[in-house]
Write a protein that binds this ligand. Sequence first.
Ligand code: G3H
Ligand code: 13P
Ligand code: NA
Ligand code: ZN
Length: 328
Amino acid sequence: ALITLRQLLDHAAEKGYGVPAFNINNMEQGLAIMKAAAACDAPVIMQASRGARSYAGDIMLRHMIQALSEMYPDIPICMHQDHGNNEATCLSAIRHGFTSVMMDGSLMEDMKTPADWDYNIAITERVARMAHWVGASVEGELGVLGSLETGEAAKEDGSGAEGKLSKEQLLTDPDESLDFVKLTKVDALAIACGTSHGAYKFSSKPTGETLAIQRIEDIHAKIPDVHLVMHGSSSVPQYLQDLINESGGEMPQTYGVPVEEIERGIKSGVRKVNIDTDIRMAITGQFRKVAKDKPTEFDPRKFTIPAMAEMEKLCRDRFERFGTAGNA
Ligand code: G3H
Ligand code: 13P
Ligand code: NA
Ligand code: ZN
């Protein structure tokens, strides 16, 4: 059945677990996530970016979610808009059956220019008020996602803030978090702690200097009842970098967010953990492997079946390590 983010994260907080929020763009991702969730009895958050909505189409996504919930009637599913940039994006998502939206007012509508406090409060409060009228949940963001190493958002995929960001912007302020949630009435708060989108988060294994889990603990101490969201939470596992590079890929060595650091976050109020890059790498790794091992193959299912198995393995691991397993 479809449920809201609020319902799911209230349960997660009560039981002390975290929920991975996997980005989806197509049927294969949806099938693999649901198969993993059913195997470990976990509730699911699937999220679609604006890019995913224009790729698959709103009607296709709406019917896909309906289909997945019919196929897995015992698994609760929250369908969430990832990084909504304005009221129209959020409201049209709700109209297409999404039960939750992110209004990302940390950036202006162009999703490149860091926004100021007044803009973020006003637009997030407006979206939360409208979403709540119709029973949908809202995630807001305070702080700008980006690297504490370089002071920049990861831009290899063209997403994130443009220009240099200050440490102030890159680390969410605990006192401001309290005011932000009071003024906007969001159901969940995305915070910035040194993670960034994409594969190139850290140039070496992160330390307390580059990945500030301590900051999450400080925020949680101020607002213990607020559900926190960690963006940019792919672990960029070495085995997937190797899989890609052993099959003709040329991804430079990189480091993501170690799963044990996410587990630490979950102990401090992180309830939603956004993961896109790891799934992309699982798919691409298997596509490349099949292409390399069987150059005569041209049936796309021979590519998508191992890709789904690789995704499923990744999803199961996160459901288990985050404590989501057993909570459907
Ligand atoms: O926030 C970024 C997510 O990884 C979605 O990426 O906009 O390329 O679909 P996308
Ligand atoms: P990753 O790029 O680390 O997977 O982050 C995804 C994300 O935060 C989507 O909102
Ligand atoms: Na989101
Ligand atoms: Zn994100």
